[in-house]
Design a protein around this ligand. Structure first.
Ligand SMILES: [Mg+2]
Length: 199
């Protein structure tokens, strides 16, 4: 399966979530589906999308946070699984698209190529209870729905093909993305529209 198809499938569900992506192909593919101000594309900080997501999830317990990560980024920040397991934010879903490749920086094989490193096993070993490893579109969709319905930290490692978008380029610079993202959060807080205020 391809990541772009997975993103297209979950895109409607991301309308009211805080979404943090890694740089490169994942960011571009989400952007291509249609930017929303609750999407933050973490440029120039490879590996740290899950760390940013953790901080947001802990600071904003009324929001749901979805992190779009990749194998190369997770491998640069493997400690993130242990930190996520320790703090276990119930409102965080960590999606890891494992294409076995450092696609956005030249297409070099990553450590997960040929199954040499199992990111789902590492996540479980770090202490994360809800970890799904999927390699088909239907399984991915079901795992994502299960994560949405579960009020607990969830990690989904999805095996995808090493293909990316046919072009790169966003009409949105990092500072503007950051300001608009922050404003979206603040507006939601003022409006009381985050989920804990719905009750
Ligand atoms: Mg990759």
């Amino acid at each position: 399966m391809e990541r772009a198809g997975c993103l297209e499938m979950i895109y409607p569900e991301l309308e009211d979530k805080l979404v943090v992506t890694i740089m490169g192909a994942s960011a571009q593919e989400l952007y291509n589906l249609g930017h929303r101000d609750n999407f933050f594309y973490l440029q120039h900080a490879m590996g740290l999308a899950s760390s940013i997501g953790l901080g947001l999830a802990m600071h904003l317990p009324a929001e749901r946070v979805v992190v779009l990560d990749g194998d190369g980024s997770v491998l640069m920040n493997l400690g993130t699984f242990a930190t996520l397991a320790r703090y276990r934010p119930k409102n965080l879903i960590h999606l890891v698209f494992d294409n076995g490749s450092l696609l956005s920086t030249g297409g070099f094989n990553s450590h997960t190529t040929s199954g040499s490193t199992d990111l789902a096993a590492i996540a479980r070993g770090a202490g994360i209870e809800h970890v799904a490893a999927v390699d088909g579109v239907v399984d991915f969709g079901e795992a994502f729905v299960a994560a949405l319905e579960r009020d607990d930290l969830s990690v989904i490692v999805a095996k995808v093909a090493p293909v990316g978008p046919d072009h790169y380029g966003m009409d949105l610079h990092l500072p503007e993305n950051g300001f608009r993202f922050r404003r979206w959060i603040l507006d939601r807080k003022r409006a009381g529209s985050a989920r804990s205020n719905d009750a």
